[in-house]
Design a protein around this ligand. Structure first.
Ligand code: SAH
Ligand code: MG
Length: 214
């Protein structure tokens, strides 16, 4: 089932970092994984651009999309850094807060009822997590600490036959300004023997859980 025109329009209008071609690959992966009948989980909501795609697939599959973020932004999104957007700062406290924009984005897309938003730090949430997941999409912090924390915390929860999707994988250091931690995590997933590559779309990698050992 391709993306509904309304969903595609909402995705294109949303603030965020997911290019359309990679977004369509994410959507296809989520549709396929959703057939397992288990939830889909995203690390790195930001303003909800990619969440729209998971929500659309969740609706199709009759499952829930879960999206996790502390909503205070990654290192490279802070004031003075390359990916900063002044509109994301809460003027009262002077810190980034992407939660209000995310909620508006999802509402406009008409997909609120298919999404559960978790506000918190990835390792703190993964530590108390117990439900197997059809798909884990890692699109959070780009430091080694954060990317490894996301992998270690969430990869074990991908169900057998489920998918692990990693964004911002750049094998060539020249292509990426925020570092190659996602690439190193991708290699780690393959080397673990628990995941097998399914597809490559730009910087998006889709892996399937085919074994244990994460
Ligand atoms: N998926 C989004 C982009 C995500 S940007 C899109 O399609 O546009 C990365 C997000 O990860 C930021 O919003 C940042 O706040 C969040 N993040 C970074 N490290 C995190 C952590 N340790 N726990 C939770 N969220 C984190
Ligand atoms: Mg990304």
């Amino acid at each position: 089932m391709p993306l509904a025109p309304k969903t595609l329009a909402a995705f294109k209008a949303a603030k965020g970092f997911m290019p359309p071609d990679e977004g369509l690959a994410l959507h296809s992966a989520a549709l396929e994984a959703g057939k397992l009948g288990l939830p889909l989980l995203e690390v790195g909501t930001y303003c909800g651009r990619s969440t729209i795609l998971l929500a659309d697939a969740a609706r199709e599959a009759g499952v829930t999309a879960i999206t996790l973020d502390h909503h205070r932004g990654s290192e490279e999104q802070q004031p003075g850094w390359e990916y900063h957007d002044p509109e994301t700062v809460d003027p009262e406290i002077g810190l980034m807060d992407t939660l209000p924009t995310f909620r508006r984005t999802l509402h406009k897309a008409g997909l609120e009822e298919h999404v559960v938003a978790l506000v918190g730090r990835s390792p703190q949430v993964s530590r108390i997590w117990g439900t197997p997941l059809a798909l884990v999409f890692i699109d959070g912090g780009h430091t080694d600490e954060h990317a490894n924390g996301d992998y270690e915390g969430w990869a074990p929860h991908v169900a057998e036959g489920g998918l692990l999707v990693i964004h911002d994988v750049f094998p060539d250091p020249e292509d990426e300004f925020t570092g190659q931690a996602p690439y190193r995590v991708y290699l780690r997933a393959l080397e673990s023997g628990a995941f097998t590559e399914v597809s490559v779309s730009g910087s998006l990698r889709v892996l399937r859980r085919t074994g244990s050992g994460v």
